[in-house]
Design a protein around this ligand. Structure first.
Ligand SMILES: Nc1ccn([C@@H]2O[C@H](COP(=O)(O)OP(=O)(O)OP(=O)(O)O)[C@@H](O)[C@H]2O)c(=O)n1
Ligand SMILES: C[C@](O)(CO)[C@H](O)COP(=O)(O)O
Length: 235
């Protein structure tokens, strides 16, 4: 299975002066954790990192340090996540029939989650990892006045990995370009084109590192994981 990793963001909400994926969590760049999970996922055979050429040298160094056994390609990013993913789709090897797309910023996704999505995409043409929302969600008008409270039992928070049939996703992106659609995930393009998108159970810990607070939470989760591994090893 081919994996595209959008990694060409600016990290504005992080307030960082460089791509946030190069910031360290537990002494390793965020993107390193993402790559380690992709390397450990047994069903991923090829990795495309979509990034700005200004970061390519740093990324090459990280790729070498990680000693990845899977082929990795660097692909030029766009000015939005949507554009970056489209560039990634155009750069896929012609043999790729299905693709997983996973935000570089979701560095806590487990190899099992990648594999669960890679397995399930054989039954659907589009799917996403997602978890039921825990809060009550309000829809507001432009003045911030609540208009409605959707039934929480029908609400899910979208994560990545997201997986799709490559030909269909390319068509949806091209339709999006023609129609001027601006969306924040690939599933939204699929939905707008009238295709079904299924949900695979995501992970509570699969947060997108977006703000400085998320960095601290990611650090905490990775420390707890390492501690648990040590305890299991010593038993
Ligand atoms: N032009 C862009 C913008 C975002 N991304 C990637 O899409 C993922 C999700 O985006 P987000 O977390 O919003 O990252 P940033 O765009 O860097 O953050 P911000 O919106 O705060 O600037 C990240 O892995 C990011 O690198 C991308 O490949 N190309
Ligand atoms: C794709 C995504 O991670 C699903 O939650 C999210 O939509 C990315 O959005 P962002 O606006 O780029 O943070």
């Amino acid at each position: 299975m081919h994996l595209l990793i959008p990694a060409a963001g600016m990290g504005r909400r992080m307030g960082s002066d460089r791509n946030k994926l190069l910031l360290l969590v537990r002494s390793q760049p965020i993107i390193s954790w993402t790559l380690q999970a992709a390397e450990a996922a047994s069903l991923i055979s090829w990795i495309g990192i979509i990034a700005n050429p200004t970061d390519w040298q740093d990324l090459q160094t990280i790729i070498q340090q990680e000693k990845l056994t899977k082929p990795v390609e660097l692909i030029e990013g766009g000015s939005t996540r949507q554009e970056s993913v489209y560039n990634g789709l155009l750069a896929l090897p012609s043999t790729a029939e299905q693709v997983l797309i996973h935000d570089g910023a979701r560095c806590l996704a487990t190899p099992d989650l990648f594999d669960a999505c890679a397995l399930s995409i054989h039954h659907y043409s589009g799917l996403i990892a997602a978890i039921p929302v825990k809060d009550t969600i309000k829809v507001v008008d432009e003045d911030g006045i609540i208009q409605s409270t959707p039934d929480r039992r029908r609400l899910y928070a979208a994560q990545t990995p997201q997986a799709f049939d490559v030909k269909l996703l390319k068509q949806c992106h091209e339709m999006g370009i023609r129609e001027g659609w601006e969306v924040t995930d690939d599933a939204a393009l699929f939905e707008k084109c009238g295709y079904n998108v299924a949900i695979v159970q995501g992970e509570e810990t699969n947060l997108k590192v977006t703000t400085p607070q998320d960095l601290a939470i990611a650090e905490f989760i990775l420390t707890a994981r390492e501690q648990r591994e040590k305890e299991n090893f010593s038993v």
